[in-house]
Design a protein around this ligand. Sequence first.
Ligand SMILES: Nc1nc2c(ncn2[C@@H]2O[C@H](COP(=O)(O)OP(=O)(O)OP(=O)(O)O)[C@@H](O)[C@H]2O)c(=O)[nH]1
Length: 446
Amino acid sequence: MATQQIPVVVLAGFLGSGKTTLLNHLLRAGDGTRIGAIVNDFGSIEIDAMTVAGQVDSMVSLGNGCLCCAVDTSELDTYLERLARPSARIDVIVIEASGLAEPQELIRMILASDNDRIVYGGLIEVVDAAEFESTRARHPELDRHVGIADIVVLNKADRIDDAARRALRDTLADLAPGRPVICTAYGRVDPELFFDRGVGEDHDAAVRQLSFEDLLREAAANDDRPQNLREPGHRDPNGHSENDRRDHDDRDQEDRDHDDGHHDPNSPCSHDACGAHGVHDHAGHLHAAYQSVEFSSAEPMHPRRLMDFLDSRPAGLYRIKGFVHFDVPENRQKFTVHAVGDFLRFYPEPWPRGEERSTQLVLIGSGVDAPALRKELDNCRETGPSEADVNSMWGVLRYVASPEGDESEDASFDTSEDASPDTSEDASPDTSGDVSGDEWMSRGRA
Ligand SMILES: Nc1nc2c(ncn2[C@@H]2O[C@H](COP(=O)(O)OP(=O)(O)OP(=O)(O)O)[C@@H](O)[C@H]2O)c(=O)[nH]1
């Protein structure tokens, strides 16, 4: 019997466009489809992975750098191998790229895989409706990313008016001719547009999902130390082709050259996975211009000082995400925070049982002064017990998403004048290219 191949779908899109939100929607709405997720965070504090971990049983996390450059092909192959092994009974694997990754490099890495249980399943490019025009003015590379997408998700359509949405759809249709453009909010797209439900053979919802712990246990059983999951350049125990081995040796040399395994993104490198023609200059990659700054604090943050920091954040600081701990009566929840450009939101929720209360932030920007940012955040900590009173929370609460507000299931926007919009849960693509979800899945790239 022919081996059932598992589609590997790449979920890409610029910083903050809504990839994690879409992935979490797919995980919730997948209706029994067993999704294995590989999440690639740009920062070393893996906020996306933490956000997704609560929703999925089979997830591996590749943090601290763009998958397309900081992690070699063998590392990705190892994860694909684990998620694709028959006992995992995974139907589809979704790789959430970092917001600065080069999608074409990820596609090459998947196509270069020796694993005959997987097949490249397409590129979903998520576009932030509110930010796309200004972002592409700064980064014309984004046009290329949209141009190679198999399906474009025009997300955050709730943040723009009808005229802007129509104009954006036209722009995207020009950039990705014949490809479906799906207009939506909060990534609420029918998963069947991306993959068949329960495509795996002998699909059985009663079969227990594979957990991350299972992966670690299996790694240990294979004498493959769990910490290898994060070590660039380690060997795939399952073996690779001579070519791969030669590539790996080259990359090992590079890793040694790059001291900590993460090379200077501005220097040319010869990862085969990074360019069809061998030598590839990462200066042309989006992430070459960006850096991430991490901040952690066990002490609670002072709300007013933190809001002063956030309200005056430098223009280059495009993305902030993480969790904040305030020690203020009635406000001791876990405040998830997201900033994307000018957009800022807090999402309070109870701290999960057993989770240590702390603040963990990742700040991603271009031309930012990392030590100065860390110092400013240091100064936002509370200096003594109960320093902050309840009034000091007002600034934060202004940015809390209201329950009946933007993220509710009722969030909607007028699509009456769109050519073929559908923003409902069952959104179907603009099939001007006459592509159904199933056809799209089976379409390959030579
Ligand atoms: N208004 C609005 N906000 C959205 C929508 N989708 C996502 N968001 C918000 O945008 C912020 C960023 O969303 P994420 O899903 O974390 O974006 P991401 O692409 O995974 O971000 P990176 O991994 O940092 O690139 C969060 O505050 C989301 O709640 C949407 O359709 N409308």
